[in-house]
Design a protein around this ligand. Structure first.
Ligand code: ATP
Ligand code: TPS
Ligand code: MG
Ligand code: MG
Ligand code: MG
Length: 331
């Protein structure tokens, strides 16, 4: 069983508590409160899987773990309010490094006026940082993956594959002579920053709050995966036009196959993939412009019974099924 099959296997058929508006199956759970909906999620980072000594200094282990969690809150259209941290600390890990992890989280939590309200500390073989996050959204305004409708526009913020390219630079994956000249003039720091300190798109998602309906999903595994999650939850078919999928200009220094791989399955960009009615799309474009955030239409949604749950990619004149590639834990 892979990660997604496992999650399906343990999902309850129904919820016993009427306050559960959304349980398993989105970026975060939604619980009804008297005045708001409370949104909560947990995301974990593990040494050797999500970061390593070569790729992320302690400060940014904290920063990007919290950023990944805030990103799930953004993908619900909510604002983050508080968080809890569960730590597994190896015996030889220094106090200074541990403090640095918290400083990284603190930098981001100040920006969003969030509070650290608890956690748990245990020893173990490898460093694990797990964050449980809470946020608030107006009643019935959580932006679910199941909200895509026939005729919607599919859009994405920012550029894709940046974090994966940054990871490759940090791991020195481009040692081969064939890369040397090509990668001479690229903005290495830009890509490394995108990997080490991603920006969750909270303000942009919140700026959409007056819209009645938007589907949102944040990019953690790669849009090939996230587009399928929207298609499956909404029981719709997504069509994506490869020419429209945004990548940073320096990405063109890489071979075509790597560009394709990075933009669809690179992951960890923490951009937002969404769908919205054609009528509301100009409002979304304007919200992104106000937040100085690039945003592009990359496709559209269709309700066609035989293919619902699937994603199609138009590339070089041909239409093919996009495979659900992307980062998958377990196997
Ligand atoms: N071990 C688990 N037990 C119960 N629910 C889980 C478990 N793992 C994931 N889930 C739930 O499954 C759904 C999808 O989780 P997933 O982690 O794929 O989403 P995500 O956090 O948005 O993505 P990513 O972890 O790649 O950033 C969420 O509702 C999540 O709470
Ligand atoms: C050292 C190192 N090697 C590989 C990667 C790439 N990576 C790890 S987990 C993941 C998907 C998101 O995780 P999750 O689904 O748990 O949110 C990706 C793209 C990395 N960040 N660091
Ligand atoms: Mg998510
Ligand atoms: Mg998760
Ligand atoms: Mg994942």
């Amino acid at each position: 069983m892979n990660e997604f099959e496992f999650i399906d296997s343990i999902t309850q058929g129904y919820y016993r508590q009427s306050s559960v508006i959304k349980g398993i199956g989105d970026d975060a759970a939604v619980l009804r409160h008297p005045y708001h909906d409370l949104v909560t999620a947990v995301d974990t980072m593990v040494d050797g899987i999500h970061f390593s000594k070569e790729t992320v200094p302690a400060f940014y282990i904290g920063y990007r773990t919290l950023a990944a969690n805030i990103s799930d809150i953004a993908a619900m259209g909510a604002v983050p309010t508080s968080y809890m941290i569960s730590l597994v600390v190896p015996k030889d890990y220094s106090d200074n490094e541990l403090q640095a992890i918290y400083q990284g989280m603190d930098q981001l939590s100040r920006k969003y006026h969030m509070d650290l309200i608890g956690g748990d500390t245990v020893t173990g073989d490898q460093l694990v940082v797990s964050v449980t996050i809470h946020g608030l959204v107006e009643k019935d305004k959580a932006r679910l993956r199941s909200h895509a409708r026939d005729g919607d526009i599919v859009f994405v913020t920012g550029t894709l594959g940046d974090s994966r390219f940054g990871l490759g630079l940090l791991l020195d994956e481009y040692k081969d002579q064939s890369y040397r000249d090509r990668l001479d003039k690229i903005d290495r720091d830009y890509f490394i920053n995108r990997h080490q300190q991603p920006t969750p798109r909270v303000d942009f998602a919140e700026a959409l709050k007056s819209l009645r309906r938007v589907a949102l999903n944040d990019v953690s595994d790669g849009i090939a995966s996230e587009a399928h999650e929207i298609a499956k939850s909404s029981q719709m078919t997504l069509f994506i036009d490869d020419d429209q999928v945004p990548v940073h200009q320096d990405m063109y220094s890489l071979p075509d196959e790597l560009i394709h791989d990075y933009k669809y399955s690179g992951g960890e960009d923490f951009e937002l993939l969404g769908t919205v009615s054609e009528q509301d799309f100009p409002f979304v474009v304007e919200a992104a412009r106000r937040h100085h955030l690039p945003l592009r239409q990359i496709g559209y949604v269709k309700d066609s019974e035989q293919t619902n749950g699937q994603v199609y990619l138009k590339k070089q004149g041909t239409l093919k099924r996009l495979k659900k590639t992307g980062y998958t834990h377990k196997n």
